[in-house]
Design a protein around this ligand. Structure first.
Ligand SMILES: O=C(O)CCC(=O)C(=O)O
Ligand SMILES: [Fe+2]
Length: 342
């Protein structure tokens, strides 16, 4: 990334601390069937107390993960001009990108994005009056040649795990297992290959600035380097999520916060970088169809105030994507903007 661009420098209060606190607290849930009777209550506790948990014995073949991780390493090792042949731009938001912003500060990372279903339909613009839709299609690089196949295989595994987790979350809220499934027809799921190169200024910059995930659920594969930090709900302290081999890190996104009327909360997190080791991670974002209007579920709010006005997922997604791309003068869109005032 060459000379350090001032666009990477975080405001003082958002810079990472040098002393890292590693979490013992983030729950580790064993999804093997021998433990099935505990899954629902473990997920309820983890979602309430942390908004984050890790799963093991999740059913995703380790071979599938090993292959996508290997292909991602090969892709990011290519010369920049090769990667830029599949660059994302304002028309096609899929492909390679190295200048993303989180809350108007540049992240120390490069990414390759692809959608799970092709085509994936999203609105052309966040403007509510603009009804035009567009179809997103993936751009695949020539090298490494296996990238497309391993990504497609991994995506199928992620969808299976996502539906399993969605069912458990639904049960944990006292709802039928398939309560949310209908929202995921024509889903807008996507996967990001991420590379965080070694950074000469790890005390001033972040791999990803603090943020909440806007979708329903995120399933993250991180390597053994570490760097993901979660804001602990009890005291607001940033806690490092210790890498666990072959585990996935799951977090509840904004949509589940709104559906559950704040029973579960989408928790802020960020990624720190270091000057020695590059880091790779692969988040899968599990998202409804663009047509879905997100609002607290009637069954969960009987006789109670609904904390959010309905908002359209496609428009929300489109507004967020735009703010990742362009520096804005205002805060980027958050579900708190749809919060019903007291
Ligand atoms: O790379 C990571 O560990 C997390 C990335 C993340 O939070 C995101 O992509 O939303
Ligand atoms: Fe995130």
């Amino acid at each position: 990334m060459g000379e350090v661009d001032p666009a990477f420098i975080q405001d003082t209060q958002h810079r990472p601390k040098l002393a890292v606190i590693e979490a013992e607290g983030i729950p580790l849930i064993d999804l093997s069937s021998a433990n099935a009777s505990n899954h629902v209550s473990q997920i309820a506790d983890a979602s309430k107390n942390w908004g984050f948990f890790q799963v093991i014995n999740h059913g995703v073949p380790s071979e599938s993960r090993r292959k996508i991780e290997g292909a991602a390493r090969k892709f990011f090792a290519l010369p920049l001009e090769e990667k830029r042949k599949v660059s994302r731009d304002e028309v096609n938001p899929l492909g390679y990108f190295d200048s993303e912003l989180t809350k108007n500060v540049r992240d120390w990372k490069e990414v390759f994005d692809f959608v799970v279903s092709t085509p994936t339909v999203i609105p052309v613009s966040p403007d509510p009056d603009d009804k035009e839709l567009k179809e997103l299609t993936n751009q695949w690089p020539q090298y490494p040649p296996e990238l497309r196949e391993v990504c497609e295989e991994y995506a199928r595994e992620m969808e299976k795990l996502a539906f399993k987790l969605l069912g458990l979350i639904s049960l944990s809220l006292g709802l039928p297992e398939n309560r949310f499934n209908l929202f995921f027809e024509e889903s807008t799921n996507f996967i990001r290959l991420k590379h965080y190169p070694p950074c000469p200024i790890p005390h001033l910059a972040l791999g990803v600035g603090r943020h909440k995930d806007g979708g329903a659920l995120t399933i993250l594969a991180q390597d053994d380097v570490g760097g993901l930090e979660v804001k602990r709900k009890t005291d607001g302290e940033w806690i490092r999520v210790k890498p666990t081999p072959d585990a996935y890190i799951i977090n509840v996104g904004d949509i589940i916060q709104a559906w559950s009327n704040d029973t579960y909360e989408s928790v802020e997190h960020r990624v720190t970088v270091n000057s020695e080791r590059e880091r790779f991670s692969i988040p899968f974002s599990f998202n409804p169809g663009q047509h879905v209007w997100v609002k607290p579920l009637e069954e969960l709010t009987k006789g109670e105030k609904q904390n959010y006005r309905a908002y359209n997922w496609g428009k929300f997604f489109s507004a967020r994507r735009r703010s990742n791309f362009k520096k804005l003068d205002v805060e980027n869109l958050q579900i708190s903007h749809f919060k019903v005032s007291e």
